[in-house]
Design a protein around this ligand. Structure first.
Ligand code: NAD
Length: 510
């Protein structure tokens, strides 16, 4: 199967006719050939979006939300099919894949409620003068997405951007383009017109062209920090609105008063779930003082896990390059004296597919590469410290700022850490603290987890995918009539009267 581009409501081949193979990390079987597009394809998509924009944006937000209701229903109807696609191309287990599609659907629900959420302010700012916020769609917007959640991450932006009246061009990850191909068909079936939603497949050249194209008003990016920074800088250089979410290194802090059995289960789910390939995965566990039996229990539970894509199993690693990177970090850690408490390397011998088993490393130094860098695999580094301050210094010292969690049974202890972690999403006895709608998703601005301001979902998305203008209105006849009927004392009051009337007189003079 050849996956071309979806432009102007039709599937078409890329201008250069180039494709690359997409293989399943589960069994190495080729799933499709995906288009490798370039600037000419982006230009074609921008032209189609620009043509579609006047009629799409002229619909009321309620009409567009009605289309999203239909899309929501189609997602429910095809939930199993979409989840299977995620399993095949990404390698998650089926339970994780279903949960990811369902989580994506929650953002569609939020988008359906936009008619209740997107009104601006209106105020009579002085007699006869009204000011109101006018919220307009940005126009043509682009969304660039990573491999690790083929349905959920694109759903953070697509339904919200569309419902707000934008025409959306999505660049899927070239590693997992199949799910979005099906999503495009479902959006069309729901009633999204050609040109309002489009896909341009490919790799870095497409992203660069999206950043550079003057016809695109805003670009959201989700992926690694290195590329997020490149994309943010490239967009800034042409004064384009951009929000770029990057990578992560998430810390869990366990205190001696934590509930060991439940914490251990949660920690294993956090670092080994989705084979560690999620930006919310735990990757450093810091035990403060004697957290009796916690690390042993983490190792025991993680050792019980099996490779595979059935519910409860540890899924595949996306490709051989990622697998090699994970193995390199474990090998180098071991060579430098780090103790390997649980070794997932033997899973890499499993064939077909690309696999690495859950791995637990015990470090003596917080400066080790495996403690500091994003590995993006089922690997957790354990550190032992004596004080709360030491734990916070390690967490705060990370250049990332996506998520952090505290395990304790004390509310006061939880508050102490929650207010001092340097991360955008905080968990208390929750190892994957993904905020659910209506709470918005996003790491801390100013860290390597986020380049730009605001969150990618929720109210942040409402701001990102609209422009606000302030409209000040005066109807002279109405203002004069109102002035004539105003009480006598207000007609001649203070400074405003001395300056030649009430505050209304200043409007238009500033
Ligand atoms: P990636 O950065 O390699 O790729 C992301 C997107 O950028 C893809 O569409 C890819 O085609 C494109 N791209 C790759 N290299 C590029 C380049 N040099 N120039 C322009 N575009 C380029 O990321 P990935 O491997 O697909 O995804 C994993 C990463 O994403 C991890 O670092 C993970 O933490 C991060 N992630 C972050 C979040 C978040 O919310 N912060 C969510 C999911 C994933």
């Amino acid at each position: 199967m050849q996956l071309g581009n979806y432009i102007g409501g039709a599937w078409c081949a890329p201008a250069d006719g180039q494709y690359m193979p997409v293989t399943s990390p589960v069994d190495g079987i080729k799933l499709a050939d995906v288009a490798l597009s370039g600037p000419a394809d982006v230009d074609q998509a921008v032209k189609a979006a620009t043509e579609a924009f006047p009629s799409w944006s002229a619909l009321t937000v309620k009409s567009r939300a009605t289309i999203m209701y239909r899309f929501h229903a189609l997602m429910s109807k095809h939930m199993e099919e979409l989840s299977e696609l995620v399993v095949r191309e990404n390698g998650k287990n089926i339970a994780e894949a279903r949960a990811s599609v369902a989580k994506g659907q929650e953002t569609v629900e939020w988008a359906c409620s936009l008619p209740q959420l997107c009104q601006g302010k209106v105020l009579q700012v002085s007699r006869g003068i009204e000011c109101r916020d006018q919220r307009d769609p940005v126009g043509v917007v682009a969304c660039v997405v990573p491999f690790n959640f083929p349905c959920m991450v694109p759903m953070w932006t697509i339904p919200i951007a569309l419902t707000l009246g934008n025409c959306v061009i999505v660049k899927p990850s070239e590693k997992v383009p199949c799910t979005l191909y099906r999503v495009a068909e479902l959006l069309a079936e729901a009633g999204v017109p050609g040109g309002a939603f489009q896909l341009v497949n490919g790799a870095a050249p497409v992203v660069n062209a999206l950043c550079d194209h003057p016809g695109i008003g805003a670009l959201s990016f989700v992926g690694s920090s290195h590329v997020a920074q490149l994309v943010a800088e490239r967009c800034h250089s042409v004064n384009k609105r951009v929000l770029a979410l990057g990578g992560a290194k998430n810390h869990l802090v366990a205190l001696p008063d934590c509930h060991v059995a439940s914490a251990a289960q949660d920690i294993v789910a956090s670092f080994a779930g989705c084979a560690g390939q999620r930006c919310m995965a735990a990757s450093v566990l810091i035990c403060v003082g004697n957290v009796e039996g916690l690390v042993d229990e983490v190792v025991r539970l993680a050792a019980l896990l099996k490779p595979g894509v059935a519910a409860g199993e540890v899924g595949a690693i996306i490709d051989a390059a990622s697998q090699a990177k994970i193995l390199r970090y474990i090998n180098e850690a071991e060579a430098s004296g780090v103790r390997v408490l649980l070794d997932g390397r033997p899973w890499s011998q499993r064939s077909p597919g690309t696999w690495v088993g859950p791995t637990v490393l015990a470090h003596a130094s917080a400066a080790d590469a495996a403690v500091c860098d994003e590995i993006f695999g089922p690997v957790i580094s354990v550190l032992q410290v004596a004080t709360w301050d030491e734990a916070l210094a390690i967490e705060n010292g990370s250049p990332f700022g996506n998520a952090a969690s505290i395990y304790t049974t004390s509310g006061a202890h939880a508050d102490h850490f929650s207010s001092r972690f340097r991360a955008g999403m905080i968990g208390v006895n929750v190892g994957v603290p993904v905020p659910r709608e209506p709470f918005a998703f996003g790491g801390l601005a100013g860290t390597r987890s986020k380049f730009g301001e605001g969150d990618i979902t929720g109210e942040g998305a409402l701001e990102f995918f609209t422009t606000r203008r302030k409209v000040t209105t005066r109807w002279p006849a109405v203002a004069a009539a109102a002035a004539a009927h105003a009480p006598a004392e207000r007609k001649g009051n203070g400074a405003a009267a001395a300056a030649g009337g009430d505050a209304a007189s200043f409007v238009g003079q500033m």
